[in-house]
Design a protein around this ligand. Structure first.
Ligand code: FE2
Length: 206
């Protein structure tokens, strides 16, 4: 299987003024593409070259894991944002956030705290735990919650390259812009729906 860098789901200027076109261009065409290039080099001539990307995120280690996870994480991150994002979730996600996190305001507070508190480079995530509870967590470097059996619903890249041109060292303003203007609740809802459909299919065949 040949790994493919997905097309960015919007143009470079689509998220302005919250994320500048230059940031997105560099982030996608240099960083994301760079991880893909390194992944292809690392797996060339090995069994991993035929593996599914998600399989590598769940099972690979070292350089292959780091680059596979960074490819997966960035693709997921692009979809976690939308040009007219922000606002409120709808559907059953609203009820789940209320039940598990205490509502949208509590979600925003906790997400900002966890994303801001990740020391150094990493990612902040809304996930569903293996027990079916929504949680907010952060991971370091390339780490991905799939490895621990969590189901990601959305993510925010908190590596400095994601926000430095627009916000310099001020990560908190970037997080605030994400939560208020960019977050793509439809994508999170879609991911939650997929998870529920999979759980239903599994219990029907059990
Ligand atoms: Fe990044």
């Amino acid at each position: 299987m040949k790994f493919e860098l997905p097309t960015l789901p919007y143009d470079y200027a689509a998220l302005e003024p919250h994320i500048g076109a230059r940031t997105l261009e560099l982030h996608y065409s240099k960083h994301h593409q760079g991880y893909m290039n390194k992944l292809e080099k690392a797996v060339a001539g090995t069994e991993a070259a035929n593996a599914d990307l998600e399989y590598l995120v769940r099972h690979a280690e070292g350089e292959v894991f780091n680059n596979a996870a960074q490819v997966w994480n960035h693709s997921f991150y692009w979809n976690s944002m939308a040009a007219r994002g922000g606002g409120k979730p709808d559907g059953n996600l609203t009820a789940r956030i209320q039940r598990d996190i205490g509502g949208l305001d509590a979600f925003k507070r906790e997400f900002a705290e966890i994303a801001g508190g990740e020391f150094g480079s990493g990612w902040a995530w809304l996930v569903e735990s293996p027990d079916g509870v929504l949680e907010i967590l952060s991971t370091t470097d390339a780490e991905n919650p799939l490895t621990d059996g969590y189901h990601p619903l959305l993510t925010l890249d908190v590596w400095e390259h994601a926000y430095y041109l627009d916000y310099q060292q001020d990560r908190s303003r970037y997080i605030e812009a994400f939560l208020d203007h960019l977050i793509n609740w439809n994508f999170a809802q879609h991911n939650l729906g997929q998870r529920m459909a999979r759980a239903k299919a599994a219990s029907a065949t059990a």
